[in-house]
Write a protein that binds this ligand. Structure first.
Ligand code: SIN
Ligand code: CO
Length: 375
């Protein structure tokens, strides 16, 4: 079967009371997470374009991290206990994993970042830490003991380490033992420490995209400057200067407003939609989709979106496909809206939306590898 997740409460309640606010343990809320197996995951960590880490350590340390790509020998010399392999953006490389994201439609697609998978032997963990992003930690196999701490920030005491930001003393506020299908939601900043209770402990982390306002401003400025004309500052009707030696607040506000006027609706949309439709790992497109697995697990599927394809639409009739803008005709829009909303499509989904123009567009996107027909 394909991976599934169902919120055990209404999306409205989740967003009003839990999202970005507090941890929530959701027992038995996911299934279909048997694939990929640990060997397949380790195979991904051998690839140059895949981001992976090996963490060793337990209890009070010492902690060690090694960045991938790895070799088979690296895995052969690992100790019996206390290590974890983490592979980032597995959804970009294995489209069948990305299909889990269709169960997060209570949030806009641009807010999703990627799915990281971890594989741990008994005692393995990444140590006590906090993340800056929301995360759904989905237990796929084995058992893990989660210790949950308080909200942390840059001032929280850390263990001395060159590469790792581990918490020095994490008071434990809650503790859960989770098994396959259990899901732990954590908002940004909450301290946590999950230790594998047995071998073959696999956890999927659905992580969210939260662009830094400073990065957004840089993109907005670039986009505004691309379209800016050479208009100069104007101040017709200004009052007589009372203190000509001063740069006044009123003048500063006028100068700022005229500069910010360059960030108009068009510049805003081009910058944000361009940025937010960029996949984290564009190289994922080079990895073939395992159509056989999808066909066997979901026989009604006739088309899938590649896991490394990000598609958004804006309210001006543009599609944004992996950072690139394309104007859509009215004949293409309904199909593209569906392609952007979900990742897996049945014949019934597509039927009413196909016409000569939309079929040609889809053909082009299939040829370029952004989508794939399932035989
Ligand atoms: C893990 O999967 O081992 C760790 C994930 C996390 O703590 O964020
Ligand atoms: Co974490």
């Amino acid at each position: 079967m394909l991976p599934e997740f169902h919120l055990p409460l209404s999306a409205e309640t989740f967003l009003a009371e839990v999202w970005q606010r507090k941890p929530l343990l959701m027992r038995d809320s996911a299934r279909g997470l048997e694939h990929p197996d640990p060997d397949t995951l380790a195979g991904l960590a051998l690839e140059d374009c895949v981001e992976s880490r090996l963490m060793t350590g337990a209890d009070k340390g010492p902690w060690n991290v090694q960045q991938g790509p790895f070799t088979a020998e690296d895995f052969a010399i690992l100790p019996r206990q206390n290590w974890t392999l983490l592979v980032q953006s597995v959804d970009h490389f294995m489209t069948e994993v990305s299909l889990l994201l269709d169960y997060f439609q209570f949030l806009p697609g641009w807010r999703l970042e990627d799915i990281m998978l971890s594989y741990a032997v008994k005692g393995g963990s990444v140590g006590p830490h906090y993340d800056r992003y929301d995360v759904f930690l989905i237990q796929a196999s084995g058992q893990r003991r989660w210790k949950i701490g308080p909200h942390c920030d840059d001032h929280s005491p850390r263990l001395p380490h060159d590469q790792l930001r581990l918490l020095a003393d994490m008071p434990v506020e809650e503790e859960f033992l989770v098994g396959p299908g259990d899901v732990l939601y954590l908002p940004p900043g909450v301290g946590h420490w999950g230790v594998a209770e047995d071998d073959d402990c696999v956890t999927w982390s659905v992580g969210f995209r939260a662009p830094a306002p400073a990065d957004l401003l840089a993109r907005l400025t670039d986009s505004a400057l691309e379209n800016a004309d050479q208009t100069l500052y104007s101040d017709a009707g200004r009052p007589v200067a009372q203190a000509p030696e001063q740069l006044t607040d009123t003048d500063m506000d006028n100068l700022r407003d005229q500069a910010l006027a360059l960030i108009n609706r068009d510049a805003l949309r081009d910058a944000l939609a361009g940025l937010l439709s960029e996949p984290r790992q564009p190289a994922g497109l080079d990895f073939d989709i395992d159509c056989g697995h999808i066909a066997a697990a979901a026989p009604d599927t006739v088309l899938v979106r590649h896991g490394a394809t990000r598609l958004l639409i804006d309210n001006q009739g543009h599609a944004w496909l992996n950072g690139e803008r394309r104007q859509l005709s009215s004949m293409e829009k309904p199909l593209v809206a569906l392609l952007a909303r979900q990742r897996r499509y049945t014949q019934t989904d597509l039927q009413a939306l196909m016409n000569d123009q939309s079929a040609t567009l889809l053909e082009e996107w299939i040829d370029a590898g952004f989508f794939s027909a399932i035989e």
